[in-house]
Design a protein around this ligand. Sequence first.
Ligand code: DX5
Ligand code: ZN
Length: 227
Amino acid sequence: MAQSSPVRIAPSILAADFARLGEEVHAVAEAGADWIHVDVMDGHFVPNLTIGPGVVKALRSHCDLPFDVHLMISPVDYMLEPFADAGADIISLHPEAGPHLHRSLQTIRAMGKKSGVVLNPATPIDAIDHVMDMVDLILVMSVNPGFGGQAFIESQLDKIAALRTRIDAHVAAGGQPIDLEVDGGIDRETAPRAIAAGANVLVAGTATFRGGADAYADNIAAMRGGA
Ligand code: DX5
Ligand code: ZN
């Protein structure tokens, strides 16, 4: 089912030039990005290692856009406050990352930050059943987490559509708004399909940063489409 809220594009800095991250974040903001997606990996929960809160703090002065911090780390609770203090605006975590998802979401919200739950390709949507009233965002992984540049997993379109139905029913019943984000393998071809299924925030690493800074605005506009 299509939805009517504006489509937001969240470039994943995983595909940026890490030697020039400040410039890269500034460049995608100038090119029309809505959020900056920050992939945090610990080499344990996922088979790759990226950045910690120090990098988020360093980037904060380069960009006013919301920082959408995707934590792929386990344990996760001890890192919530450092990322909040560093300047994260939205903090998302996987239910598999710790035994107390409800508590983790409480912690994020108590710090005044927006909270998100991330569903891996094989994680059922039931994982959010009892926390629906305390999330600002649900993120559907359309690749297995750990690396950029992977192929979009088609089966996740049905999951997005099912979540769109649930979110719309939740809001219609008086619940808070919830963004529905998709992450992995998003490009000009898959973006319109994810939007048609009901996503309203698209994460894109490879497809945003392809072609260098001169191409960023066109890359972002192409994924946003006419919505
Ligand atoms: C994967 C990350 C994604 C990744 C997306 O674990 O969560 O955000 O950077 O990369 P692309 O857009 O290249 O698939
Ligand atoms: Zn991500």
